[in-house]
Design a binder for this molecule. Structure first.
Ligand code: SF4
Length: 295
């Protein structure tokens, strides 16, 4: 299938077969997001989806994991999702799980029975963009949820047996608020217990509404050094029996990953080393494809 827009999937889904069931993001308003702003959201027809499944089967494909795209595949009508899940299992008998991104509002639009049906039909993991543990930041960034709604909807998916995976972004609270955000984000996850957290540290793309906020002086971006310190605070405070953490800082080519609590000390030591090695990152902001120096 010819893929429209950018291929966007969590790193842990890199071995999954990616099946597009829609194009773009139905919400498409988060200020920091550059993924689908150029695309008009639309669902793909069932015939096109089935055609892709047939094509892969004919090439002897029988993947164990399928990832449904794009931005918020879970927003598609339950009736459609159930049909798609049925087709997947029909064409790929080895399939053990179907995963996808979900926005909090997508979850809220489904009843408990629908969530249960989707679980029984093979949905396994939902990746939810939580982003921050601070309500004012979620409002400023025009996320589709506040914390109370996130608590409520995550409880509902977990009650249905679906696995909650979270995406966050260090740096999203702006300069001077990294530690505060780290503390509040840890508080949120200590209650909601995700299986995995992926941190895509904030990247400031000139094509996003957030960039205009920076130009108007309404958002002061945090430095890469502050982002590392925020991540350290978060890792220090996460209370869990088992949580997989993966954090990327592409612009200082730093990545910290492991399972908490077992790898905590190793991960904190790695962050301490990165903080010491990146003192100059105090002046580095992750703008576009390169760093800009602040004054
Ligand atoms: S819901 Fe996700 S894909 Fe859609 S605009 Fe927000 S961050 Fe981007």
């Amino acid at each position: 299938m010819e893929y429209e827009g950018q291929i966007c999937r969590p790193p842990m889904e890199r071995a999954s077969f990616m099946l597009a069931i829609s194009v773009g993001c139905a919400y498409n308003r988060c200020k920091f997001c550059n993924l689908f702003k150029h695309l008009k959201y639309r669902v793909l027809p069932m015939e096109q989806i089935e055609g892709e499944l047939k094509r892969v089967k004919a090439a002897n494909g029988n993947p164990k994991q399928v990832f449904l795209g794009d931005g918020n595949a879970f927003g598609r009508k339950t009736e459609d999702l159930l049909k798609i899940l049925d087709m997947i299992h029909n064409y790929f008998p080895a399939c053990e799980g179907v995963n996808m991104d979900a926005a909090i509002t997508d979850i809220s639009r489904k009843t408990d029975t629908e969530l249960q049906q989707l679980k029984e039909a093979g949905v396994s993991r939902l990746y939810v963009g939580i982003e921050s543990g601070l309500d004012d930041v979620l409002i400023f960034m025009d996320k589709d949820h506040n914390l109370e709604e996130a608590y409520c909807q995550i409880r509902r998916i977990q009650s249905a047996g679906l696995i909650f995976n979270a995406h966050i972004m260090t740096g999203i609270a702006g300069a001077g608020r990294g530690i505060e955000n780290g503390i509040k984000t840890a508080e949120f996850f200590n209650c909601t217990k995700p299986e995995r957290i992926t941190n895509f540290s904030l990247f400031l793309d000139p094509c996003t509404p957030l960039y205009q906020e920076i130009e108007k002086g309404r958002f002061i971006p945090a430095s890469e050094l502050e982002n590392l310190k925020e991540e350290r605070k978060l890792l220090e405070l996460l209370e869990t029996d088992s949580l997989i953490y993966d954090g990327f800082h592409d612009y200082i080519t730093f990545r910290v990953r492991g399972t908490l609590p077992k790898d905590r000390e190793k991960m904190l030591a790695k962050l301490d080393h990165a903080i010491a090695q990146n003192k100059e990152a105090e002046k580095l902001i992750a703008y576009g494809n390169c760093f800009s120096q602040t004054a």
